[in-house]
Design a protein. Sequence first.
Lengths: 218, 386
Amino acid sequence: MTNTVSNAAGNPSLPAHSDRIRVDLQLIADMVEPGTRVLDIGCSDGELLGYLTRTKNVDGRGLELSNEGVRNCVAQGLPVMQGDADRDLGDYPDGAFDYAILSQTLQATHRPKEVLSELLRIGNKAIVSFPNFGHWRARFDLMFRGRMPQNPNLPIMWYETPNIHFCTVRDFVALCNEMNLKIERSMVLNESGSRVSMDSHSGFANFFGNQALFMLSK
Amino acid sequence: MNTALNKDKRPPLPGHHMVLGETDKLRLDSGVEFGPFTLAYQTYGELNAEKSNAILVCHALTGDQYVADDVHPITGKEGWWREIVGPGKIIDTDKYFVICSNVIGGCLGSTGPKDINPETGKPWGLDFPVITIADMVRAQTMLIDALGIDTLFAVIGGSMGGMQVLEWCKSYPERVFAAAPIATSFRHSAQNIAFHEVGRQAVMADPDWCGGNYLLEGKKPARGLAVARMTAHITYLSQPALHRKFGRKLQNRGAITYSFDHDFQVESYLRHQGKSFVDRFDANSYLYITRAMDYFDLSMEYDGRLAEAFTGCKTRFCVISFSSDWCFTTAESRTLAHALNAASCNVSCVEIESDKGHDAFLLDEPDFHMVLSGFIDGAAESRGLK
C-alpha cells in the first residue's frame, strides 16, 4: 500500500535496523502491547513492522501493495505478502490478530467503511491513522485559492493522488459513531508529529491537526 | 534392490545411495506396498550436533540430486542450483546441512521404471507403480528418518520441487520449520496437464518406445522424448525471453532454405535441448514423474478448501512467483498465500519481476535472491541458528 501522505514523507528513511522510527509510527508502536499478534496493512518498507518485531516481540505480519515494498520487507525477514486492503482482508480469519494497523492508508482505499469493519473483524483492536482534510491549510486552499489543497503534507496533484477518500477528523468520528465503533484512544498531531490535542472531537483539533490517530474496538 | 548394481553398463553414479523400505515398505497412494527401494542423494555441509540445521532441497521434474556439485556426472555441467547453494551462498553450506535426493520414480540413482523388478528380473517399465508427489515426499521422510533428523530447518524447491515443499508442510508440518515453495502451485493446472499429455503422447508415439519395454528391446524412444522436452522447454520460457534470445535470427545461414531444415536459431536451440535431454533422462521416468505432477492437488481431499490442508501448521512460508511464468502463475501463488492466511499461517508472498518465464527460479535473478536470502536468514535467526 502506498504510504501516501505523512508529516514526515519527505524525511530520509532511517536505517533498517535502527530502533528509531518515524514519529507518527512511534506513536502507533506505543499503543501496541508487547507479545501480541499484529497485522500491519500497508506496511510499506516494514519500518513499523520491523520495529515492533524487534522491540516488542510481536508476532507481526504485513500486507503491502507495492512489489518493491514486499521485496524489501521479506528481504529483512519480515513476513509480508503482496495485497490490497480493499480486496485481500477477507481471507484472514475472525480475531486472527490483537491489532490490525492501517497507517496513512484509509484515504487511499476504495471502500473505507468496509475496510474499517474488516479491520475490526480480523483484529480485536484497530489502529488507524490518516491525514486530516479539515486542517487549516486545506481549508485555506479551498476557500481562498479555490484549488484542491496542495502543500508539503499533501504534495500530489488531485489527478495523480492515490488518496481518493479524504476525510476530516470530525468525519471520521461521525463514521465511527455510525458504525458503533468504540474510540479507545485518539490523538491529533501537528506537522512535526507532536500532539495538538487529546480531544479529537474538538474543532480546535480538526482545524490545527495535520493527521489523526485512532485506536478503535467494537 | 540396489539400483547402483542394476546399471549393468554404466559405473554407479557418484554420491550416496540408501536402501529404504526393507522392513516397513513405502505405502504408495495407489495402495501398492513398495520396497525395498533406493534413494540416491547428495549432501553438502555438516549436520550440527543438535541436528537443527538441515535443509532439504527438492528438485524439479527433470532436475536431480546434484544440486550444487561442481561437475554433474552425466552432463559435465555445474549443479542446477549452484547460484543458490554452496559455501557463502544463500543456502550457505558452511552453515547448513543441505540434502537433495533424486525422487522415487526418477532415473539418476533412485529406484525408477528403468530398474530391475526383482519379481521378474526385468526392467520395471510400465509395471512400475504410479507414484505421486506425496509418495515422493513419503520416501524422503524415510531418508530423513534414516539420517536421524527430526525437524528440517527448511524445505525449499521450485516447480515440482515446490509441490514437494507444500506436501511436506501439509503432511508433516511439525517437521518443517520454514518452507519456500517457489514458482509452483498447490495443484497442477489444466493447461499444465495438457502440455504434459502432449509430451507423454510424443514419447508413446515413438515406435522405439515399444509399449514401454524399450530397454528389453534394446531401443530408446529418443525422438519422442526429445519432442516432449522441446514442447516442455517452450513452456518454461516466455515470449519476450525467447524473442530476446533468438528473434527470427537464422542458424548459420544467410537466407531461408525453403526446406524443413532448422533455418531458425530457435529451432536449432530446441533440437539441441531435446537431444541433450535424451542423453540424461529415461523416457518412462518422464511419463511417471509428469503423471505425479498432474495428480497433484492439495485441496482435493478437502473438497477444494485449500486452507484446511494447513490448519494448525506452524511452518513459516515464503511463496515466490515470477511475473512472466505462465506455467505456475502469480495468481496461483496468491491463491495459495490466501489459503495460508486463512489458516493463520505465517506467510510471505512475493512476485519477482522477470521476463525469463518459469525457468527464472534457476537463473540469476537478484531480486529473487535477495528475497530468498532475507527469508532464510530471518528464519535462521528465529530458529537460533548461528
